[in-house]
Design a protein around this ligand. Structure first.
Ligand code: XMP
Length: 509
């Protein structure tokens, strides 16, 4: 495996993903992991990520300098390079001008790291500081107009540095450079495969679970479906899946889950008919946080009741992903700081009395999708856009009622249906309708109307932390609008949300 030491870079996860794309297993660990612990983990290589600090600033995050002497290849990226160069005798300073964006890079030494890379190549820079002077032990490998040491190599130790970011796609030959580090320098075999992961996980689940019973909550989303698929293959008849129909699911969603699960897995599936309970909880509630709180506790109550009916269940399986593990700071040796506070509504508390099984803890979302395809899940599940735990209640502004949910469900089905029909569903990350508590005057036929407005939201994003609105074709937007107005009673106006995140959020609530 390869370790990525995280110095607070927004790109640490992207680096890890790029390494895995080269079929090398990779984990993110905290930046100050002692060299002795790193030696125990016996990585084939170490990557020092970028980060927002200046290496000369007080309290700047540092790595254990002894790691450079372990004999394990090290690649420092941006801040990581500055740290390595400084630790080994170089000088880092604020650059004359901060450099963000594309830069033209000239390769001056086309050996190992730059093998098969063009001598002039485009790279992505994002830094305020740079290495001004390298120790005699270093050889420069590449430069740009403003950065004399865009890439360096130590002469005695297997230590390399890149001032630019090979992990972003704007660095045109970034994958080749990273691949060279992994293969030529670290000598990794590139044999890690998701297929092996599936087989190993299924075998490990079998060994762990023995003859016990497992409960798995289904949400309709891809993560829980992949968990269920792995368990179905591992211990099929000992698995009970529970789907809580909270009345806040999308159009036909419950039926689709029921159909898909009985067709594909023949597992024991319990569907909790919870619509009335949830609607009662939501009656008269307008404040979004209060809605979330009530839905969250009702969900736990429903799930608990249903799980209590399953005789002899010992384990609860959940679709926790690697980003959740890192973000909650719970990763073994993971970065201490919590990066993101996720509004984890629709989740379950730890104290339900089951032992947890989290077979996707080491995977990223795109890997989960690939695994889902390998396990034979239908594309419809695998590529489904994420959906919040509190469901349509989030997107139904103001009080949530059965009538409003019906209206929203119909409008949403048109939005998603038209985007799919235009072949753009996979190119957008999340697309949906929002029902606004705003009424305005319209004219339909010869009569005046006074009805609700519906917002259409579609965003493109890699990580859901930042997002851009999707630049959907106007004729598609026009079809969506016409169909909603004609087919959904109660809506007389459709607007398209062109707010990015930040400053907006993806959901409206
Ligand atoms: P925002 O609106 O904060 O949403 O930009 C970011 C992503 O999180 C999803 N989301 C949730 N997911 N439980 C979840 O599992 C929730 O309570 C929840 N609220 C928002 C949202 O759909 C988007 O993908």
């Amino acid at each position: 495996r390869v370790l990525v030491l995280d110095f607070g870079s927004q790109y640490a996860q992207l680096i890890a993903r790029r390494v895995r794309e080269q079929n090398v297993y990779c984990e993110i660990v905290r930046h100050d992991l002692p060299a002795s612990r790193i030696a125990e983990l016996a990585p084939k290589g170490i990557i020092l990520s970028g980060g927002p600090s200046s290496v000369y600033a007080e309290g700047a995050p540092r790595c254990d300098p002894a790691l450079f002497e372990l004999g394990v290849p090290v690649l420092g990226i941006c801040y990581g390079m500055q740290l390595a160069c400084e630790a080994l005798g170089g000088r880092v300073q604020s650059a004359e001008s901060r450099e963000y964006g594309r830069a033209h890079c000239e390769v001056t030494d086309a050996t190992d790291l730059f093998r098969d890379v063009h001598s002039h190549t485009e790279v992505w820079m994002s830094h305020g500081d740079q290495v001004q002077q390298i120790a005699d032990d270093f050889t420069p490998l590449a430069r740009t107009g403003t950065c004399p040491f865009a890439a360096v190599r130590h002469n005695r130790l297997p230590v390399y540095g890149l001032q630019f970011h090979p992990e972003v796609t704007h660095t045109v030959e970034g994958a080749t450079i990273l691949g060279n580090f992994l293969r030529e320098v670290c000598k990794t075999s590139g044999a890690w495969r998701l297929g092996d992961f599936a087989d190993q996980t299924i075998a490990a689940l079998r060994a762990q679970i023995g003859s016990d019973r497992v409960i798995c909550g289904l949400s309709g989303g891809v993560d829980s479906a992949v968990v269920a698929a792995l368990l179905a293959k591992a211990i099929g008849p000992q698995l009970t899946c529970i789907l809580v129909d909270n009345g806040l699911l999308r159009k036909d969603e419950r039926a689709a889950v029921e159909r898909e699960f009985t067709e594909h897995f023949q597992t024991d599936l319990h569907v909790v008919e919870g619509e009335q309970r949830f609607l009662q909880q939501l009656a008269g509630v307008v404040e979004p946080q209060e809605k979330r709180r009530r839905i969250g506790s009702e969900f736990i109550a429903c799930f608990k009741e249903e799980a209590g009916k399953v005789q002899g269940a010992k384990y609860l399986a959940q679709g926790t992903l690697y980003p959740d593990v890192i973000e909650s700071g719970a990763a073994q040796d993971g970065p201490a700081a919590t990066i993101k506070l996720h509004h984890n509504v629709g989740g379950l508390p730890k104290e339900l009395g089951f032992e947890l099984i989290e077979p996707l803890r080491d995977l990223f979302k795109d890997e989960v999708r690939r695994l889902g395809l390998q396990l034979g899940l239908p594309e419809d599940i695998v590529w489904r856009h994420p959906f919040p735990g509190p469901g349509l209640a989030v997107r139904c502004l103001g009080e949530v009622t059965a009538d409003k949910l019906h209206t929203l469900r119909e409008a949403d089905a048109i939005v998603v249906g038209e985007i799919k029909a235009a072949g753009l569903y996979r190119q957008t990350s999340q697309s949906f309708a929002v029902l606004l508590p705003v009424q305005s005057v319209g004219v339909m036929g010869d009569s005046r109307t006074y009805e609700n407005a519906c917002a259409v939201r579609s965003v493109n994003t890699d990580d859901f932390m930042t997002a851009d609105w999707s630049h959907l074709p106007h004729d598609l937007l026009s079809r969506i609008s016409t169909r909603i107005i004609n087919e959904v009673p109660g809506v007389n106006r459709v607007v398209y949300d062109i707010t990015s995140k930040p400053p907006g959020t993806i959901e409206w609530e």
